[in-house]
Design a protein around this ligand. Structure first.
Ligand SMILES: Cc1cc2nc3c(=O)[nH]c(=O)nc-3n(C[C@H](O)[C@H](O)[C@H](O)COP(=O)(O)O)c2cc1C
Length: 324
């Protein structure tokens, strides 16, 4: 009996995995087949030393790709059992997936999978319409289904307090010339398979803005088109902060993002308060939570947009060389 995944299954699921979000769209992942299992590794050549010295962002990105990989396999009727960081001596191998008992995909699997190509980071202002309570609840359930938590920052004073922490983290980061150089190097003004297209980077910030948006864009906004006055801010966190916890958080992030997309919502990510240790601790204390904040999201109703480019499947696969 054939008990492993095939190259065809690897290729097909990888095409969905690469649609995941990643820090500066670096796409820091590699995929291969080993002993019938699909393995996802962090690509050390695509880490951002100034922005992400610990590798947190690369592991969150790979976790998000892992969620898409699992989902694609499940929807194809070949779900996987996942082991995180299976080899102590190979820390960059973040996950190994082996076939589980085949079962039909659930309706939730199908609707989340349909959202994979539609999801994108929407950095433009959202409409002021509130997100209904049942949708908020679904977002929290999505995080819990992946062993993480999602805390919504509710009320003007809580949102203002969060914004002050985020702005101070932003200022700390902006003082670092290496951080600024790295970001500039990943902004794309010409078509490219990676990096953040300037057109997707959102409008330039203005003094009245509450939340600090990472400056990828260079276009000014339409007059009067300010950001929503009271954004819905959601903080995703995990129980611990090991490398495996960060991969778990990446999976939870992608489940929340796809759940939001499925519900017609737009999301942009704000990780400055996660990247500055003092801000991350202030955020954790303000939420009164055990565990570790891993990502912040701005959630709302936005204008439609387009998905950003990705490298091809061939560029991220490590296949054994077959001799003629
Ligand atoms: C760990 C991580 C941190 C991120 N931080 C930010 C951020 O602070 N600001 C921002 O605008 N986008 C942030 N992003 C979003 C990425 O820039 C985005 O996913 C990438 O450019 C690909 O675009 P897409 O999400 O539209 O597919 C982050 C993504 C990840 C995975």
């Amino acid at each position: 009996m054939d008990t492993g995944f095939t190259v065809a299954q690897l290729r097909s699921a990888t095409a969905d995995a690469v649609r995941a979000p990643s820090l500066h769209n670096t796409q820091p992942w590699r995929f291969r087949l080993r002993d019938g299992g699909i393995e996802l590794s962090l690509d050390p050549a695509r880490r951002l030393p100034a922005t992400d010295p610990s590798g947190w962002g690369a592991r969150i990105s790979c976790g998000a790709a892992l969620f898409n990989l699992r989902l694609a396999l499940a929807v194809a009727g070949t779900p996987a059992t996942v082991r995180l960081r299976p080899y102590p001596t190979e820390p960059d191998v973040l996950a190994r997936l082996v076939p589980a008992t085949p079962r039909p995909a659930t309706p939730t699997d199908r609707s989340l999978y349909a959202a994979v190509p539609r999801r994108f980071s929407n950095r433009a202002p959202f409409w002021p319409d509130p997100v209904p309570a049942d949708v908020r609840w679904r977002l929290g359930e999505a995080a819990r289904a992946e062993q993480c938590w999602l805390e919504l920052v509710i009320g003007t004073s809580a949102v203002n307090a969060f914004a002050a922490v985020a702005r101070s983290a932003h200022r700390v980061l902006e003082r670092d010339p290496d951080y600024r150089r790295e970001r500039a190097a990943w902004i794309r003004r010409e078509p490219a398979p990676d990096g953040v297209p300037a057109a997707a980077g959102g409008p330039q910030s203005e003094p009245q803005d509450l939340l600090p948006m990472r400056g990828f864009g260079d276009h000014s906004r339409a007059p009067g088109r300010d950001f929503e006055p009271e954004p819905l801010v959601a903080v995703l966190g995990s129980a611990g902060n090991t490398a495996a916890d960060q991969v778990l958080a990446g999976q939870a992030l992608q489940r929340v993002l796809l759940t939001a997309t499925d519900a017609g919502l737009s999301v942009s990510l704000l990780s400055q308060p996660i990247e500055v240790p003092g801000a991350r601790e202030a955020l954790r204390l303000s939420l009164g939570r055990f565990g570790t904040p891993q990502m912040v999201m701005r959630v709302g109703y936005g204008l439609p947009g387009v998905a950003t480019p990705r490298r091809s499947v061939d560029e991220v696969l490590d296949l054994p060389v077959v001799s003629a």
